[in-house]
Design a protein around this ligand. Structure first.
Ligand code: LLP
Length: 428
């Protein structure tokens, strides 16, 4: 579900007309709905309630600390991949987040980052390679720390997503091949400081079906059994993230659908479960709102040029990602029932929606049917909550746009717009 709906032809985020936000805060702007991401978290918590499950929201999807605080208050832990994300989690921690509910993945953790995480007392290091494990053991011994770790294994499972966001196959930089896992445990378990007590798997992002998840659990459980039979204590399974998010209405399984496939397999396994959802919590809890600067004809094409660019939302350019795009104010007959690519209605026109950046890849949609917009009209880019703001940059010396959180009939700026001065503040 999400809480971005048209009322009398005007787009609302929960109880707030998005035009009000644009007029007060300016555009482009990211707008998040608190009710939506809390609902998504709750649905995952409910779906897996039967098993001892820790949900570790993937901060990389959207790391604004106000959002992290709300998720932590609702019981979420965090999946981090850098010292910076640890720092963000700590800010949420100040509001009561439990640091032991943090899992730390990433193929290139530096000594500094590892020590910061050890000092914080995170739950698990998700180990991506043998050299990383050796280094973690050495640092623990040198600095008098102990910690828990999960070995990330590559189950070599086919995953239907864009090639840039598929990771659970052989020959990726992530994790170790599942066949090598037993050797790694044999060599490094009983090291005295790093308790190797879990298995981690992450297949990729943007999943559309539950099969890969069911298949990898089936592949990993025999590994757990084999490890246990050799005397290793394995008490947790981290199934990573990548659960489908609703970019187009009704095209992905729900949390309950995933759980229906996964939970029965785990009932007898006596394993704690860790999940690292990003998109499925935050993607359609956010939109990017932008204003039409110009409309122009080029050859056969009509271009709608908006004031957001690929620096604000890079997903279409980087992954050919689909985002539903629709004006924020429309005639009642244009209120969309579905958010699909091929939503054609009589009276719409086919346009390319592009940004102002000096690159041909600076587009949000090509050959897309949309109700006619004019200069000054607001346009909403839907399902932009995940990997939207977090992947934004200052390219073309464009200030980073603000983030706004809507809660019922109220909204607050949870990150202000950068100024030109902010942009050069660290330069000499
Ligand atoms: N756990 C691990 C180890 C990950 O690498 C990721 C995402 C997640 C969890 C969360 O995955 P999610 O539930 O959000 O799909 N920028 C790309 C997605 C990159 C995903 C990277 N890893 C995009 O915009 O589609």
């Amino acid at each position: 579900m999400d809480s971005f709906v048209y009322k009398n032809g005007k787009l609302f985020a929960e109880g707030v007309d998005v035009e009000t936000i644009a007029n007060e805060v300016g555009t482009p702007v990211y707008i998040y709905s608190k009710a939506t991401f809390l609902d998504h978290l709750k649905k995952i918590q409910t779906a897996y309630a039967e098993i001892d499950t820790t949900i570790c929201y993937a901060i990389k999807a959207c790391g604004n600390i106000t959002i992290l605080k709300h998720l932590a208050e609702a019981g979420s832990g965090f999946d981090i991949v850098s010292g910076g994300e640890l720092f963000r989690a700590q800010q949420a921690g100040a509001a009561g987040a439990d640091m032991s509910k943090i899992v730390y993945a990433g193929v290139g953790k530096t000594d500094k980052e590892i020590l910061e995480a050890l000092d914080t007392g995170i739950g698990y290091f998700n180990i991506e390679s043998e050299p990383e494990l050796e280094n973690l053991i050495a640092l623990c011994k040198k600095h008098g720390h102990t910690t828990k770790a999960a070995l990330r294994v590559n189950p070599d499972i086919k995953y239907d997503s864009h090639k840039h966001i598929t990771t659970g196959v052989k020959e990726t930089k992530f994790g170790v091949d599942i066949e090598r896992a037993q050797k790694v445990f044999a060599k490094y378990d009983n090291n005295g400081v790093v308790e190797m007590s879990a298995i981690h798997v992450h297949l990729g992002s943007g999943g559309k079906t539950i099969e890969p998840y069911v298949n990898y659990v089936k592949k990993v459980l025999p590994l757990v059994e084999a490890l246990r039979s050799r005397g290793h204590t394995i008490d947790a399974l981290d199934l990573g993230g990548g659960y489908g998010a609703d970019y187009q209405s009704d095209t992905v399984p729900s949390a309950a659908d995933y759980a229906a496939g996964i939970v029965p397999l785990l009932r007898a396994a006596k394993l704690k479960l860790i999940l690292e959802p990003g998109k499925s919590i935050i993607a359609n809890a956010g939109i990017m709102l932008t204003r039409t600067v110009f409309k122009k004809i080029g050859g056969e094409k009509t271009f709608v040029i908006v004031d957001a660019g690929m620096n604000d939302l890079i997903r279409p350019c980087l992954y050919e990602a689909f985002h539903f795009i629709w004006p924020a104010a429309v005639d009642e007959k244009f209120v969309p029932e579905k958010r699909v690519k091929d939503l054609t209605m009589p009276g719409t026109e086919v346009v390319d929606i592009v940004g102002p950046i000096c690159e041909g890849t600076d587009y949000f949609a090509k050959d897309r049917a949309m109700p006619t917009v004019r200069r000054g009209d607001l346009v909403a880019v839907f399902t932009a909550g995940a990997y939207g703001y977090t992947m934004a940059s200052n390219y073309n010396a464009r200030p980073m746009c603000p983030e706004v959180l809507v809660d019922g009939n109220k909204f607050e700026v949870i990150r202000r717009r950068q100024t030109y001065e902010d942009m050069i503040a660290l330069e000499k």
